[in-house]
Structures are given as C-alpha cells and as structure tokens.
Design a protein around this ligand. Sequence first.
Ligand SMILES: C[S@@+](CC[C@H](N)C(=O)[O-])C[C@H]1O[C@@H](n2cnc3c(N)ncnc32)[C@H](O)[C@@H]1O
Length: 307
Amino acid sequence: MTRIMFYFFRPKKLSPRPFITARQSSSSSSSKRWQSRQLKDQFTREATVQGLKSRAAFKLLQIDEKYRIFRSGQTVVDLGYAPGSWSQVALNRTQPGGRVLGVDIIPAQPPKGVSTIQGNFLSPEIQTYVREFLRDPDRGRPRNSNLVRESHQAELDQQDQIQKMDAYFDDYGVPKDTYNLSTMDSEIERTVDVVLSDMSAPWLQTTGFWKRSLSDPYHRMMNTTGVSFKDHTGSMDLCQAALEFSFQTLKTGGHFICKFYQGIEDKPFELQLKQSFAKVYRLKPKSSRSESKEAYFIGLNRKKESL
Ligand SMILES: C[S@@+](CC[C@H](N)C(=O)[O-])C[C@H]1O[C@@H](n2cnc3c(N)ncnc32)[C@H](O)[C@@H]1O
C-alpha cells in the first residue's frame, strides 16, 4: 500500500539544539554493538548536535561542498530518504522555493517541509506514482514560498521556454523534422533538478513490527548482507532503477547522485553515466565507514540529448 504524507510548513533552519533519539532496547548483541558504535562515532554525535536525522547528512554535505549541487528553487527527489537527513540538507539548501520529495520503502516520519511517498522504488507502480506527483511543478512546494520561487524562476523559465520553442519549431511555427511531439511530451515530464539515491541498507526499524502493513515491506527491501558481492549487485540494481527514472524526469543540466557498493558492475554503470552527464565523478566521503565498500557516483549536468 502506498501512503503519501504532505507537509507544507516552512522548513526550519537546521537547529543547533541537541536532537536525542530514543532507541528501544534490544536483546540482540549485534544491535547493542550497533548502538555503542553509533554513540562513539563523531559524525553521529555531530548530527545529533545539529538536529540532523542521521550521520548520512555529512556525506551529502561533503558532496555539495565539492560539486555545488544545490541552489534555491530546485526540485529534488530523494530515493531511500529515511530517516531523512539528506532530505533535510536538500530542503535547507534549496530555499527559498525549493521542494523535496522523498521515497522510501519503510515508513518514517518525514522531515518538516518534505513530501514523502512510501513504497518500493523498484516497483513500476510506485515510479508512475512518483512521476505523477512531479508532473505538477508546484505540488509539494511550501505554499508561502511560491511567490519567491516565481520571481526567482520566472526569468529562467522564460529563457528555457524560448530555447525549447527554438528547438522544436521553425520560423513559421512548424515543428522541425528532427523533433517530434512525443519528444516534447517527454520533456514535459522533466521537472526535476536533482535526483539523489542513497538506497541500500535500511534504517533500523524500532517500532511497528506488530503491524503487518509496516513490517512486511521492511522484510522485502534491499538489506546489506555483509556479503560484498550480494551487496554490490543489489546496490547496482537500485542505482540502475534510479538512473532510468532520471532519464525520464531530470531536466537538461540536472544532477544525479547515487550510492553504490563497489564491484565488477560499477564500471559499466559509470560508462552509462558518462553518456548522459557532462561530468562524472566517484567519491568515498570522509564520513563513510572505512571498512565499507560504499562509494558515490556524481553525474553533473545532464546532457541535452542523453539516452
Ligand atoms: C542508508 S538509508 C538512507 C539514509 C538517508 N539518505 C538519510 O540521510 O537519512 C537507505 C534507505 O534506502 C531505503 N531503501 C532500500 N531499498 C529501497 C527500495 N527498493 N525502495 C525504496 N527505498 C529503499 C531503505 O529503506 C533505507 O531507508
């Protein structure tokens, strides 16, 4: 079942107030080890101090610092958003006027100002649902920021429109041979400036196991197993789904960031990215755990004619 939650409040600035997460005690020793590692970790402590939902925020902050991904007014899709620290960063960096849509298979409390859809992103129905949401460029945008966004975006939109018209029509308003109306339709779908995918290991579910509607999806999602080949292939499937979705929704000039676990399939994926983005980088952020094979692909500036 798909559940949508809309939050139209003005996003709060990341607060310096401590944010203490109450975790339920668990009898399993691996869970205790996980808890004590979290407590010792400097990035986890810093996330708590800054009111961020998890240490993962620092990975995105480092990426943004290096590649300047975000600017005001953008539409950002955050795939695998839970518990929500990337969405917090994205929303914060795209104000005024930005909107963030998070998708995750597990139920989670969306950060303020972020719209979310709960569902398995590998399912075509969920992707259709997400695309439908995005088709309207104002849906999920904080209402009181529409005016600011409009003044910010009006000029850019107008230039964009003129370029598109030049591309499609000749001086007499007749569609040029090289462009047909179906190409134009697919461009209408492209309302997204940034696609983020941090999909992989789930945030530990601490409540709601008694509800089948909550716990069933939890067991179906992709979990990291510690078996590096399995983690690698599972993550490449998720990256592929995120990239295909980007082909349909990302504007020309838009950016793509996705987490993957390194292995033999990452090179062909990188080549695929290079066909569609002007610049492609791979990065292992400082806050990634050193023992993990986790890394990120960053595709900057989607090319005009990619696919
Ligand atoms: C590492 S966490 C993301 C952390 C997040 N970026 C943050 O900053 O809080 C990975 C998320 O991917 C989600 N996920 C994994 N497979 C998924 C799928 N097929 N569809 C949707 N979400 C998925 C998991 O439920 C988990 O919440």
